[in-house]
Design a protein around this ligand. Structure first.
Ligand code: 13P
Length: 256
């Protein structure tokens, strides 16, 4: 973390979990636990149907609510989709773009991710752009190549003044939901590469201002060492964000 230049962000990604009633109950439990998060921004990324309950339950708190996906068009014949302006009107601040599960199961390409990043910025949402390599890519030694490509395409056409509104999450696919975490060295190496890539595209000042998160089996045990590294500015937490005590412990680690 480097709090001088950029925000520390701890973001829970609930994925497809919790009904609206369950969402309300989880936020009610979490709220007092993380109310003292002074140094970090806490964001809960909940399913679309839970947004209303989560927004209500976090009113007048510092917890921000985010969505897990959006369409790149503002409106139109896209059955089942939700647009950026719809989310903004509800009070949503962040949106995940290009999560590996969407790339894998819903055929989201780098080009679609780029359109979503531009659309999110256009309507005032902060995109959290996920990038990361598969196990096979890591074993083949093409992690750097793959992640650099994803970052470059995702950020094509972003205006330099908007780059600090973008959050990048490095999520090695082999570490998601598997209990296998990247070592702090592996995670920091790729997060540093991501910052270098942003520096190459937008310059040093912009690169310094972007929060880069790590995601993939982050938990209360490994969070302190991952968050102690200069280029890891927070975490994107899946499983552990559904457990109030675990999530609180990770937020506490980010506030040290
Ligand atoms: P886990 O923390 O469950 O590995 O999930 C990580 C993730 O995909 C967050 O977006």
């Amino acid at each position: 973390m480097n709090r001088r230049y950029r925000k520390t962000v701890i973001a829970g990604n609930w994925k497809m979990n919790k009904t609206p009633k369950e969402a309300r109950a989880l936020v009610d439990t979490l709220r007092p636990l993380i109310s003292k998060a002074k140094w970090c921004t806490t964001v809960l990324r909940v399913p679309f149907v839970d947004l209303s309950a989560a927004l209500k339950a976090t009113r007048a708190t510092k917890i921000a609510i985010g969505a897990q996906n959006m369409h790149y068009e503002n409106s139109g014949p896209y059955t089942g989709e939700v647009s950026g302006p719809m989310l903004v009107e509800m009070g949503v601040k962040y949106v995940i773009v290009g999560h590996s599960e969407r790339r894998q199961y819903f055929a989201e390409t780098d080009e679609i991710v780029n359109k979503k990043v531009l659309a999110a910025l256009e309507c005032g949402l902060r995109p959290i752009v996920c990038v990361g390599e598969t196990l096979q890519e890591r074993e083949q030694g093409v992690t750097a190549e793959q992640v650099t490509k994803q970052v470059k395409i995702a950020l094509q056409g972003v205006q330099p003044e908007n780059i600090r509104k973008v959050v990048i999450a490095y999520e090695p696919i082999w570490a998601i939901g598997t209990g296998k975490t990247a070592t702090p060295e592996q995670a920091n190496e790729v997060c540093t590469l991501i910052r270098d890539t942003i520096r190459g595209l937008f310059g040093a000042r912009c690169a310094r201002s972007v929060s880069i998160l790590y995601g993939g089996s982050m938990n209360p045990e490994n969070a302190p060492s991952l968050l102690s590294l200069l280029n890891i500015d927070g975490g994107l937490i899946g499983g552990a964000s559904l457990n109030p005590d675990d999530f609180k412990a990770i937020v506490d680690a980010a506030n040290q």
